[in-house]
Design a protein around this ligand. Structure first.
Ligand code: PEP
Ligand code: MG
Length: 292
């Protein structure tokens, strides 16, 4: 079985109808890129950058981040690498970045909300990502966007960082692709408007499910309500994919649902273009795609 799957590593992921699908890997550390390649990943669909900030005593500097992002870009040798900007807060905390006590941390000060207030942290990460973009197909993705004003603020600040690098004569890809996660129901509902402002979407079902169903993804008492197959979740997924295609951008998924064998055939039917998952799930997903 495992051997049979291994043989698929080099095969293209194309559906019976002839649609090529991007099978991508989620990684959390530069070292994980090797595993992604070994499993035939055609891209890194989600590079969670939190690891760079955790288990340490202070913020990582621009240089250190640049080296980590560049390492992944070079290892992927021209294949796309989607780097997600810092998603801290919620259930993830940093010892050196004290955050206010919150009654509802998942509804509170996390991810892009924090980065837009801590421009010092945001700047060093954006500069590091931009600099690394000179060494491969790096794409940038903002997490937890719920309002157009947030997306605009993030894009404006990114533009400012680009201008600074340019003035300093530091090379980067001026046409770097910019995407956003769809993981807040409001963003899914308004996907048509967001699709006009970005180059791609990636649906984050882990959060999209918890916010749609008001069921904390970490709370066992309500885990029976956290239902990935709930029709409300699937309507939002469909809305998102259709809006993306109407506006001419691609739509991927990097939440757990993307690697769920039960979900993949329906996601293909909905027209999902890219599936990003734990490297260990890629070959089984490819088998389903080839037979769909
Ligand atoms: C998601 O919410 O689906 C996702 C991919 O992001 P994370 O699990 O890191 O919140
Ligand atoms: Mg998320």
């Amino acid at each position: 079985e495992r051997e049979q799957l291994k043989a698929l590593a080099g095969a293209p992921a194309v559906t019976k109808a002839g649609k090529p699908i991007i099978l991508a890997a989620n990684i959390g550390k530069p070292e994980d890129a090797g595993q992604a390649i070994a499993n035939g990943a055609e891209a890194i669909g989600l590079f969670r950058t939190e690891f760079l900030y955790m288990d340490r005593a202070s913020l990582p500097g621009e240089e250190e981040q640049y080296r980590a992002y560049r390492q992944v870009a070079e290892q992927m040798a021209g294949k796309p690498v989607v780097i997600r900007t810092l998603d801290i807060g919620g259930d993830k905390h940093l010892p050196y970045l004290p955050l206010p006590e919150e009654l509802n941390p998942f509804l509170g000060f996390r991810a892009i909300r924090l980065c837009l207030e801590r421009k010092d942290i945001f700047r060093s990460q954006l500069r590091a990502i931009l600099r690394a973009s000179a060494h491969g197909d790096i794409q940038l993705m903002f997490p937890m966007i719920g309002a157009m004003a947030e997306l605009r603020a993030a894009q404006e600040f990114l533009r400012q960082c680009m201008d600074e690098l340019q003035a300093e004569g530091i090379p980067f890809n001026e046409r770097i692709a910019i995407g956003m996660m769809i993981e807040i129901p409001a963003a899914a509902v308004m996907a048509d408007e967001f699709a006009r402002q970005v180059d791609f979407f990636s649906i984050g079902t882990n959060d999209l499910i918890q916010y749609t169903l008001a069921a904390d993804r970490t709370n066992e008492k309500v885990s029976h309500l956290y239902d990935p197959m709930h029709p409300a979740v699937w309507r939002l997924i469909r809305t998102t994919i259709e809006a993306a295609h109407r506006e001419g951008i691609w739509c991927g998924m990097c939440g757990e649902l993307a690697g769920d064998p039960q979900a993949i055939p329906a996601l293909l039917e909905y027209g999902l273009d890219e599936f990003s998952m734990n490297p260990g799930a890629i070959l089984a997903a490819k088998k389903i795609i080839i037979n769909s």
